[in-house]
Design a protein around this ligand. Structure first.
Ligand code: PAF
Length: 280
């Protein structure tokens, strides 16, 4: 495990094509799938573990975000990762640090509206990580679909030259999307949280049956997702490229939602008419 940018630069100088999985730790099978793919598609897989303070709002869960570094390193090794970069906050944000990477309109709706400044923090830390690790490809999960679109756009706009790879969401057998935050849920809350994926799957079923009206799709998801114990924040039926809400029928659709279950904020989504790997 490497702790400093200088150590990673030394490692990088001796390495071929790198597939990179940036993470905030508390790793699960979703991360493991990204790492296995990075290892399969590159000479060497690398991962970072860094709970990035700048992407959390003042009222958010930075302090209580789950941390399990020793366990995480074992998972990385099992998934074929050859280099884990786990820097300190001071290594990533040295004294006097004031530079931020501000994303464009793709970061404004949905999570950007609910979490002001979140994507500026994500873009800033990923720009630093990409500059340190210099990956050929970087792997992101569909569950954070807007993050994937923001990163794709940043990579294009800043000419970073990294191949950004979107990978399908990994779910528990009962449908719950894997998330580091699921560990905060009690057994009852976990049962309540199942309403989120059930709602999204109901929307997908309606779509498969031929329904294209965005309002009807949204309503079908809301009816189920807003179950007992769930405080639904938003359900969005949007264009998967621009993330703008749909005003009428369209062939490619992102249905996404955010909700609080107890104190835990969860997000999830389904893509209709398009696979995550096709979105560029
Ligand atoms: O998805 C995450 O875990 C984080 O947002 C990321 C990409 C590692 C940046 O801190």
């Amino acid at each position: 495990m490497l702790r400093t940018a200088a150590e990673v630069r030394g490692w990088r100088a001796r390495t071929g094509r790198v597939g990179f999985v940036p993470t905030m730790g508390a790793l699960h099978e979703g991360h493991e799938a990204l790492m296995r793919r990075a290892a399969a598609e590159s000479d060497v897989a690398a991962a970072s573990i860094f709970v990035n303070p700048t992407q959390f709002g003042p009222q958010e869960d930075f302090r209580s975000y789950p941390r399990a570094e020793a366990r995480d390193v074992v998972l990385c090794e099992r998934a074929g990762v050859a280099m884990v970069f786990a820097p300190s906050a001071l290594e990533m944000y040295p004294d006097g640090d004031a530079t931020r990477v501000q994303p464009g309109p793709i970061a404004l709706p949905l999570e950007g509206a609910a979490r002001p400044g979140h994507f500026t923090g994500v873009c800033t830390v990923l720009t630093k990580l990409f500059a340190i690790v210099r990956p050929d490809a970087a792997y992101f999960g569909q569950k954070d679909f807007q993050q994937l679109r923001v990163v794709q756009t940043m990579n294009r706009d800043l000419r970073l030259g990294v191949r950004i790879v979107g990978c399908p969401t990994v779910r528990d057998p009962d449908g719950l999307a894997l998330s580091s935050r699921n560990g905060h849920l009690t057994a009852d809350q976990r049962r309540s949280a199942l309403a989120l994926s059930r709602g999204l799957f109901a929307g997908r079923d309606l779509w498969t049956a031929g329904e294209r009206d965005p309002a009807k799709l949204r309503l079908a998801v809301e009816r189920i997702a807003a179950g007992p114990g769930v405080a639904l924040e938003y359900v969005s039926v949007a264009d998967p490229y621009t993330l703008e809400e749909l005003g009428g029928p369209q062939g490619k659709v992102l249905i996404s939602l955010a909700a609080h279950v107890g104190k835990t904020r969860l997000i999830d989504n389904v893509l209709l008419g398009i696979e995550v790997g096709e979105v560029e």
